[in-house]
Design a protein around this ligand. Structure first.
Ligand code: OAD
Length: 269
């Protein structure tokens, strides 16, 4: 990717964002597919987006799973769609980028109390983010639909002759942790998100089109509670008119510069 030059107006906006973040009592980040674009993972919408290229998948994925969980598992183990096969390969080869790393550093500086991500790619965890809420689940985990326990597939052998797998704790059906279209967000993570959003007085929104609910509501909620909303996105999103400060550029360069400003402000305090 060509190096992005930060012009004077953006530099001033980033400095202001660092001031807001370092002064906040409870700043929270909300991220979407855009933060992982510089790791080589395509977004869903817009130029180069998966849905743009292959069309949006059926919106009743969860209902289809429930109608025939064994069939859904066979499809998961041997995906027919080109995009699903390609996505798995892209995800497993991806590494955290400068944007993920800056967010993890902002947390260690005490500038972020939590990070809510819509991404299932595990890259925030790999970058060292601690207070992480994966609202749409994690591609590398499994989850019981009844008791919501999450499992690491490494310790959860799948018997292909006996699908779907069942929860060793409660006997419920086990599904991939990624939240399907039409599936309710698991209650613990949703509660965690609302707790963070209600306390949040400054939200750093990175790389999301803000079109999928409930996550798309979080910045609006913060704004209506009187908080600040800082958006990092090279393009215009649905948050036009919601963000109090727009940092128009790619996540990696903008967040690294934001981190430098936050460090300087903390050192001077
Ligand atoms: P989208 O694909 O809808 O939006 C990605 C956003 O990232 C767009 O606004 C881009 O402008 C922006 N973007 C692109 N490159 C960027 C960069 N280098 N730095 C910063 N931003 C960049 O992705 P999401 O908003 O995450 O749900 O989509 C929300 C949900 O829709 C996903 O979690 C997924 C999908 O259905 C599930 O899988 C359940």
């Amino acid at each position: 990717m060509a190096e992005f030059r930060i012009e004077a107006a953006l530099e001033a906006a980033i400095a202001e964002a660092a001031r807001l973040l370092t002064q906040a009592r409870s700043a929270v980040a909300l991220t979407g597919a855009g933060v992982s674009v510089e790791s080589g993972i395509p977004p869903f919408r817009g130029p180069g987006g998966l849905w743009t290229k292959f069309g949006e998948p059926p919106l009743d994925g969860y209902q289809r799973f429930l109608r025939d969980p064994a069939k859904a598992w066979r499809e998961r183990l041997n995906p027919a769609e080109e995009w699903a096969r390609g996505l798995h390969e892209t995800l497993t080869g991806a590494k955290p980028n400068a944007g993920h790393q800056a967010l993890a550093e902002l947390e260690s500086l005490g500038c972020l109390k939590a990070l809510i991500t819509q991404n299932v790619d595990d890259l925030h965890r790999q970058a060292g983010q601690q207070a992480l809420l994966e609202i749409h689940g994690n591609h590398y985990k499994l989850r019981c639909l009844d008791c919501h326990t999450r499992f690491d597939p490494k310790h959860f052998p799948i018997d292909e002759e006996n699908l779907p797998p069942h929860c060793p704790g409660c006997g419920g059906i086990v599904k991939g942790d990624t939240v399907s279209f039409g599936e309710p967000i698991p209650p613990q993570v949703l509660r965690g998100c609302y707790d963070a959003v209600l306390r949040c007085d400054c939200m750093l929104v990175v790389g999301t089109s803000a079109t999928v609910f409930p996550a798309a509501d979080f910045p609006r909620e913060v704004r209506s509670n009187g908080g600040q909303v800082i958006e990092v996105n090279p393009h215009q999103s649905e948050l036009r008119g919601v963000a109090t400060l727009a940092l128009c550029g790619p996540a990696g360069a903008v967040l690294q510069r934001l981190l430098e400003h936050a460090r300087t402000l903390q050192a001077a305090a």
